[in-house]
Design a protein around this ligand. Sequence first.
Ligand code: UDP
Ligand code: MG
Length: 313
Amino acid sequence: MMRLSVIIPCYNEEENIFPFIEQIKKIEKQLKEHLLFEYIFVDDGSTDKTLERIQEIRQNNNNIFYLSFSRNFGKESAMLAGMKASKGDYITIMDADLQDPPELLLDMFDKIKEGYDIVGTRRINRKGEPLIRSLFSKMFYKIMNLISEIKMIDGLRDFSLMTRQVVDSILSLEEVNRFSKGIFSWVGYRSTYLSYENRDRVYGKSSWNFWSLLRYSFEGFINFSEALLNIAVWSGTLSFILSIIGIIFIVVRKLTIGGSVNGWASLVTIILLIGGIQLLCIGILGKYISKIFLETKKRPLYFIKEKALNNDR
Ligand code: UDP
Ligand code: MG
């Protein structure tokens, strides 16, 4: 029988562990003729009782496993660790807060049977989300699709079902700066998306705020596009050409109608403009260099403090 690994990144989700396992168990029952489930909870350095809850549910279930990080390393690292530890022929990544409807797994699995390799999910609405946040998210996807070589879908979640082949491809990417939404689409394969209505967390609150999301989208731009570097090149070229024209103009004027002391105000503005463009470009370069710096250090993306994994295979 085929095996399915369910990877659940958890950061301070103590109240959600019980409701989550209760819900997903129902789906496990419905799929039990086709799939053998294994659960890999990745405790991402939670400071509450998340790990204890996981250990409690382990006592009544022999297919629950876990990893626990030495500190909070972020969801990207948690997903990666879960994927590495997974043994299933298929894997799925689900949030612990039940915002990813478990029943969707049934439809996702049907799609896999149709021959797709990755089945992703997207939210069709953003109900219950602050307006400004939706606005910025929309903008992010618009810009990203404009400037990057890969296509990203608005409202895309990490909740997805994929085959072992896809997982192995994802794991073979050794980059330290991981931006999963980009990586999942970059690896290729036959993919499709299912849509669902957004729903609220069962308990607790989202660990993302406006600024962390903004930072996250910058990561996306920098990791998956060279367009920002092109801004530097183009704005540099443009201001160079403009200044050449300016110089010719000044020389010609000096030789014909004579120079003037007027215009110092415009001069200052121009200096500011050029200075601004230069700083902007240096900033963009710096961003990329810092990425290179982090990549060359090859730091591990997480440390596992404690684990209970499926070792019998
Ligand atoms: N999460 C994590 N590490 C973090 C932040 C979040 O493992 O540093 C987990 C969290 O426990 C949840 C999932 O990632 O299961 C999604 O997080 P959240 O609900 O905060 O994000 P949102 O649903 O608002 O995008
Ligand atoms: Mg959530």
